[in-house]
Every structure is written in structure tokens, then in C-alpha cells.
Ligand binder design. Structure first.
Ligand SMILES: [Zn+2]
Length: 73
């Protein structure tokens, strides 16, 4: 059995997944629609504490300033 198998990684660590997310949002921030570069942040739409899964389709690409203002301090 795989009970002790570690859960999915909390962040999108693979470049491939980040690229998928980037392309899914057309290279633009999901909030302000600004063009993103490689420094974009992969944000969990559903907070990790509520639903601990890392799925590209449940994430959004945000620019750094949007992700920062969303995340609070
Ligand atoms: Zn933004």
C-alpha cells in the first residue's frame, strides 16, 4: 500500500508545469492582465490549507505584485 507515500508537492516545481500554466493564461496575469515574464508566480486558486493539491488547472498565473497583494503581508 502507498499510505506513506508523500503527498503532492506544494509548489509547481517543475519548469514544465510552470510553462503549462504560463501558456494556459496566455502569458498574462490572471488578475491585472499584464504581460508576464519568467518571474510570474504560480498561485493556488483554492488555498492550500483547504485543498492540498497541486494541479495546474486549479492554479493561476499572477504577476509578482498581484500575488503579493493577494497574499497579504
Ligand atoms: Zn497582475
Amino acid at each position: 500500500m502507498d499510505i506513506l507515500k508523500p503527498s503532492q508537492p506544494r509548489c509547481l516545481t517543475s519548469k514544465h508545469d510552470r510553462l503549462k500554466l504560463f501558456q494556459f493564461f496566455g502569458g498574462r496575469c490572471a488578475l491585472c492582465n499584464r504581460a508576464l515574464d519568467h518571474t510570474f508566480e504560480a498561485d493556488h486558486i483554492v488555498p492550500w490549507c483547504k485543498k492540498p493539491e497541486t494541479n495546474v488547472h486549479k492554479m493561476q498565473a499572477l504577476c509578482r505584485s498581484c500575488n503579493r497583494s493577494k497574499g497579504g503581508r
